[in-house]
Design a binder for this molecule. Structure first.
Ligand code: IMP
Ligand code: MG
Length: 185
């Protein structure tokens, strides 16, 4: 019914359809356009999860913005979130005096973004704000707040629209809850 792709067989259910996502991304774009009219932002996409959201969002913002990317790893040597963010790929451009808007796919514990926000603040940006497509507030372990949020979702592992499980499912157009049978194997 949804799609021929066999990836859909690994979903428990679809949480957000591509139509719902598109509509919400357009709203976020309109809001950001209004808020940054006098000082267009640098949008910083966090690789790789945010790429699909990022590419749709920038086309919904009607301002002469610029873009940059960072890749970070929220984990040290173990698989437990340490709160220490390792920068794997840094920004290409200087952000001194700039209005920075970090674009993230999902906020879970909040460890990654609270650390990243501190790092960018030390670089003398004029302001560092956050837009996330998804937020799981029940999982928060920091006092991080976001400036723009697409959807608050329940505590479940989701994939699609850029979000992965073991690097897969990023190309699903919808966002779905991954069936536990996939990771219990
Ligand atoms: P945090 O530091 O705990 O907020 O981690 C956020 C990062 O964990 C996100 O950028 C994602 O890469 C990953 N993550 C958290 N929840 C999910 C999920 O449900 N699906 C896919 N990735 C997730
Ligand atoms: Mg991510």
């Amino acid at each position: 019914m949804f799609c021929e792709s066999p990836m859909y067989e690994d979903l428990e259910r679809i949480l957000l359809s591509k139509e719902e996502i598109q509509a919400r991304v357009r709203e976020l774009g309109e809001q950001i356009t209004a808020d940054y009219r006098d000082d267009p932002p640098v949008l910083v996409g966090i690789l790789k999860g945010a790429i699909v959201f990022f590419s749709d969002l920038i086309r919904s913002i009607e301002l002469p913005l610029t873009i940059d990317f960072m890749a970070v790893s929220s984990y040290g040597s173990s698989t437990k979130s340490s709160g220490v963010v390792k920068i794997i790929k840094d920004l290409d451009h200087d952000i001194t005096g700039k209005n920075v808007l970090i674009v993230e796919d999902i906020v879970d514990s909040g460890m990654t973004l609270s650390h990243l926000k501190q790092v960018l603040a030390t670089r003398k940006a004029k302001k560092v704000s956050i837009v996330t497509l998804l937020d799981k507030p029940e999982r928060r372990r920091t006092n991080l707040t976001t400036d723009y949020c697409g959807f608050q979702i329940p505590d479940a592992f989701v994939v699609g629209y850029g979000l992965d499980y073991a690097e897969k499912y990023r190309n699903l157009p919808d966002i779905g809850i991954l069936s536990p049978k996939v990771y219990d194997l």
